[in-house]
Design a protein around this ligand. Structure first.
Ligand code: HEM
Length: 508
């Protein structure tokens, strides 16, 4: 097929296509770089029997993410999430068999998976949760979570012991997301086996060694209906069940109480209530079509609530802990960040919104870290109509597979790409850079909705930690850090082990 279209690419095998490209996982930078070198910035592959373009060319990326976004707004041609029902429901649902909870299929309604107008509606409704004004309201609670993180680092490193900062960061980000998204104080930092953590870890435990995942990826059209009819889920079912149950109860409590909160859950609930009112007036169709498009269904609220937890947990924790790894391996950069933190914090105790803005050098370090260790190694868009991008014909339904690593490690975009050089992200350098050269949060109107929250969380935690401690790598920590091969998100194979040295009187 690609030959006829004059598009280069590695030779596919029957049935499995080019899936062997992933035999060493998603983090094989050398292989990915060599493919781009051999076949160019837009080449063809088969994921199983399904054709896809692998795109790294800057001009093409700009067309896909930004200029022709109207034809590339979706990530897949059909929903990739399996329509599997959660088994346990909230107590009231169990008592009331007529509620819609019996038909809940949450993950299909999550923002990452929605398509077309559905996506636009839900995104428009959820976006106000992440404005500057809303983020400002979150800083106090994030500071409290970060104080707990600093205490935990202190306890874990008593008598000069090393701690795994990845583990501690994960507990911090779980507390943070539960607090800002649902107004719930779960304190997993003090209870490491909290069900929120156990279940979120299960969700991320799914890796590329799962044979079911491969069968599903190679033959989605055949396996999807079979798996759905057998109610087989790729994400462990008890994990979706757990979060659906908790969030259902939270929804009910709020429906009963109506406390006027300002968190993300409340914003979605308000949009849900609006839909209920409209359905009362004109049924499902009335709610969707009479111009008030943002009304959310109960499934929307549940699915996106679960997604906030999963999307905001490991990604932010790995960003925080890998940044600390990079700082610990570059003492000169660490010194500079500490000086900046001391300067910004000299007349405040809380890392407030203004302080976050002033931590410019720290931001450069986090951005450079995300270039080297992006949480997600691949992005996806699908053509919703036949589209021409320069010389490339993109038929409707074609998957555009965007590998982030060969872009972030391209020596023409980033000279000496293996080196950690935060100065690449100074204001001046950023202004010169193409928006599609740095993709840890994706690009265009469908980029990561939680980007600003994640950056703020990481800054608050880092500032609090560095105000109290100077960090160093533990003697037994491997350099360079080894990445887990078969995980979908970046993960240190053996954790990130650091030691700390207390700094006097909060930084003097
Ligand atoms: C450092 C932390 C994070 C990283 C590296 C990250 C990365 C990403 C990436 C790469 C995407 C896909 C973007 C694209 O296709 O263009 C994405 C989407 C998304 N992220 Fe994040 N993320 C982070 C934190 C968060 C947080 C804290 C939340 C929510 C509280 C969140 C919620 C989402 C959602 C809902 C989407 C789907 C957006 C849509 O389809 O409209 N993320 N993220």
């Amino acid at each position: 097929m690609f030959k006829k279209m004059g598009v280069a690419g590695p030779k596919p095998y029957p049935v499995i296509g080019n899936m062997m490209e992933f035999k060493n996982g998603l983090w094989d930078i050398e292989l990915q770089m060599s493919r781009v070198k051999e076949f160019g910035g837009a080449y063809g592959v088969f994921g199983g029997m399904r054709p896809a373009y692998v795109v790294t060319d800057r001009e093409f990326l700009r067309e896909i993410f930004i200029k022709q976004f109207h034809n590339f707004a979706d990530r897949s041609a059909s929903t990739t999430a399996l329509e599997v029902r959660p088994m346990c429901r909230s107590l009231t649902d169990l008592n009331n068999a007529s509620t819609t909870a019996l038909e809940v299929r949450p993950m299909c309604r999550a923002l990452t998976d929605l398509r077309g107008d559905d996506w636009k509606n839900v995104r428009t409704t959820i976006s106000p949760s992440f404005t500057g004004g809303k983020l400002k309201l979150m800083t106090d609670i994030l500071n409290r979570c970060a104080d707990q993180l600093v205490d935990n680092i202190g306890t874990s490193t008593r008598d000069g012991a090393a701690c795994d900062i990845k583990e501690l960061s994960s507990a911090f980000t779980m507390d943070a997301i539960a607090a800002v998204a649902f107004g719930t104080d779960i304190n997993t930092q003090e209870t490491p086996d909290h069900p929120f953590v156990v279940n979120a870890k299960k969700a991320f435990g799914m890796d590329l060694k799962n044979p079911l995942l491969w069968v599903y990826l190679i033959l989605p059209k055949i396996t999807k209906p079979i798996m759905e009819s057998l109610q087989v889920s790729l994400m462990p079912r008890d994990c979706v069940n757990f979060f659906s149950g908790v969030l259902s109860q939270l929804m009910q409590q709020r429906q009963a109480g109506g406390e006027g909160r300002v968190d993300m859950m409340q914003l979605m609930m308000d949009a849900h209530t609006m839909r209920d009112e409209e359905e009362g007036e004109g049924g499902e169709a009335g709610g969707r079509t009479r111009g008030r498009k943002q009304a959310l269904s109960r499934d929307d609220v549940l699915a996106n609530g679960i997604q906030f937890i999963l999307a905001g947990y490991e990604t932010t924790a790995s960003t925080l802990s890998f940044t600390m790894y990079n700082l610990a391996t570059h003492p000169d950069v660490l010194d500079k960040v500490i000086r900046e933190v001391d300067d910004v914090m000299k007349d405040r105790d809380t890392v407030d919104y203004e302080a976050c803005k002033k931590l410019e050098y720290m931001e450069m370090c986090i951005m450079e870290n995300l270039r080297i260790y992006p949480a997600a190694p691949r992005l996806a868009r699908v053509a919703t109509a036949d589209t021409k991008i320069q010389w490339l014909t993109v038929p409707k339904g074609m998957l555009m597979d965007i590998p982030v690593l060969p872009i972030h490690y391209d020596p023409e975009r980033y000279p000496e790409p293996d080196k950690f050089i935060p100065e690449r992200f100074s204001k001046e350098e950023r202004q010169k850079r193409d928006p599609c050269d740095w993709l840890p949060f994706g690009a265009g109107p469908r980029n990561c909705i939680g980007m600003r929250l994640a950056m703020m969380e990481a800054k608050i935690a880092l500032a609090k930690i560095l105000r109290s401690y100077r960090i160093a790598l533990a003697p037994d920590m491997e350099v360079p850090v080894q990445l887990s091969k078969y995980t979908a998100f970046v993960k240190p194979e053996h954790g990130i082990r650091i030691t700390v040295e207390p700094r006097n009187s909060g930084g003097d």
